[in-house]
Design a protein around this ligand. Sequence first.
Ligand code: 6PG
Length: 225
Amino acid sequence: MSDVELRIEDDPAGAVAHELARAAGEGGNVAVSGGSSPRPAYERAAALAPDWSRIDLWWADDRCVPAHDPRSNYRLVRETLLDGLSRPPAVHRVRGELAPDEAAAAYDQEIRGVRLDLALLGIGPDGHTASLFPGSHALEEAERAAVAAGAGLEPFVPRVTLTVPMLSAARFVVFLVTGEDKAVAVARAFEGEPDPATPASLVRSAEGRTVAVLDAAAASRLELK
Ligand code: 6PG
């Protein structure tokens, strides 16, 4: 039995766009992720809810590159979500142009004390989520909200990531995962024991809801017991 609500959707990006649009209407603190899966969700959320003025927007993780760099998660979200809004949120980006430790310290200070209302996360084929990679030191962090982290996958640039306790304090954790290459990681994350070898298995909303929005391919190795 999973502690996560598993939703297998024909249109996972559309389902997540609705969750983002609802969050924008309610107001509060929202953390978003990079990667390819959320792109259409951001575009569609902007069309559904162009007013994000009641939101403080954060990043679950970012790469330590300047804001205009094509590898920047900030840039991805700006192009797909922020540029399409009539009323923008308050934007709290990771200052990726700084050295990783400096960027992480600044971000940690800015987000400390915040409780996320929604954290949108992805999962990589290796089971990582945000920039929490299998077996990394960042997984052991118990105090800080944000830390510097190495890269476990392409692009191999240092990262800044929210930590397991910060993400697990969110009232609503939403994983968006698509594609057959994620199927084994999805099964480990949602039907296996919590395990640092699969960081996504460690992130659950402690007091709220955790939902995984999957396409059929990503869900194909779940036993769905
Ligand atoms: C990043 C992300 C990362 C992402 C997963 C899934 O910086 O790349 O925040 O954690 O969510 O790698 O990415 P895809 O959606 O591309 O599969």
